[in-house]
Ligand binder design. Structure first.
Ligand code: TXA
Ligand code: MG
Length: 341
């Protein structure tokens, strides 16, 4: 065991929180048997208590102890995609504190594909609850440095290198309803609905997808999230930088300061210095670089970021990336290039 892991275990034991590297993004972890540590996650992140936490496990048997029901679909998906970027929401057992689930009867479980995360969970001997290690509503961290920039010296961070996947796990609700099991994707990610269906169909299990009708069972679906420190403007069609700046100055001034508890990035002075976010054509690469690019560009002295949507970047592999970008966006400017070009 390294000194850093030993230090992290001591901190967790003492109701502390620790920056945890995973393959998706860095988490802010506490032991699930330490209510004071769990509450510290919410206060450190300034996260509202209605948004539940994902519990990180080191194995399938450890996950099953936290579930009151474990449908065959959960078993097959865990065997297929764990360790990896898929969170399964299943009915919770009494071993899961209500603080973790925000009072919901289901819990989110995930086995991260990162040796440092797995070593820490095994060392702790209990699962670790961890949301992404950013202030509520802001861009998620994909390096230890990002976490330090977010929380300063208050939080000890285990450095596990840059996150390989780069955007958060796919969140899949698995709901037993009578003799059926209904699946709903609550958050898109790099594991797509198609991949999930294929894994189940190969084992002759039904893959019945349905949207969650009750909003309370799918919290954390705020309109804004992942926002960088300067406004991000999403454009479609042909716009000059000057046109973007003048339209953004006009429209942002009229927007509310706050939407669903997330402070909207608005300019203090007229916008004049853009930086452009360019995504690579390979979605795996685009996901990996997205958050670090957003942070890096926001620190170049630019007062706004422009993302020109490339219509070729579409399809299931892009859903998670475009979902994050849309939520990170302060303003969308669309027009038909055919008319204005
Ligand atoms: O990749 C990830 O999932 C990262 C790493 C650290 O594992 N974690 C992460 O956690 O993104 P967080 O808290 O930032 O996002 C978790 C999402 C939230 O939108 C939350 O509302 C949803 O999962 N969630 C968690 N537990 C849930 C539950 N019991 N029912 C419904 N949604 C849940
Ligand atoms: Mg998050």
């Amino acid at each position: 065991m390294t000194n850093d892991i030993a230090k992290a275990l001591t901190l967790l034991e003492a109701d502390g929180v620790v920056g945890l590297p995973t393959e998706t993004v860095y988490g802010l972890a506490a032991r699930i048997d330490r209510p004071a540590g769990l509450r510290r996650i919410f206060s450190t992140k300034e996260r509202p208590f209605f948004d539940p936490l994902i519990v990180h496990v080191a194995s399938i048997p450890q996950a099953r102890l936290l579930a009151s029901e474990w449908p065959a679909q959960a078993q097959i998906l865990a065997e297929t995609f764990w360790p990896g970027p898929l969170t399964l929401i299943v009915p919770k057992s009494s071993a899961v504190d209500d603080v973790i689930t925000s009072g919901l009867t289901a819990v989110g479980l995930r086995c991260p594909d990162h040796p440092v995360a797995l070593e820490l969970i095994r060392g702790a001997g209990v699962p670790l609850a961890a949301p992404s290690a950013n202030k509520f509503g802001r861009t998620s961290p994909t390096t230890a440095e990002h976490v330090r920039a977010e929380f300063g010296t208050d939080v000890f961070v285990l450095d596990g290198g840059p996150s390989r996947v780069g955007i958060e796990s796919t969140v899949l609700a698995i709901q037993p309803r009578g003799d059926r099991v209904v699946l709903s994707i609550l958050r898109a990610g790099m594991i797509t609905q198609e991949m999930i269906s294929k894994a189940l169909e190969e084992k002759n299990l039904p893959a019945i997808f349905d949207a969650v009708s009750d909003k309370r069972t799918a919290p954390g679906q705020m309109k804004h999230h992942y926002m960088p420190s300067v406004p991000l403007i999403w454009i479609e069609g042909s716009w000059t930088d000057e046109q973007v700046a003048s339209e953004a100055n006009r429209q942002l001034a009229r927007m509310p300061d706050n939407v669903e508890g997330v402070k909207i990035r608005k300019p203090t002075d007229a916008l004049s210095k853009p930086a452009r976010l360019i995504l690579p054509d390979d979605p795996a690469l685009a996901a990996r670089e997205l958050y670090s690019d957003l942070r890096r560009l926001a620190e170049t002295g630019a007062d706004h970021l422009i993302y020109q949507h490339d219509p070729r970047h579409k399809g299931a592999a892009w859903d998670g990336i475009l979902d994050r970008l849309e939520k990170a966006t302060s303003l969308m400017l669309r027009r038909n290039p055919g008319i204005f070009a």
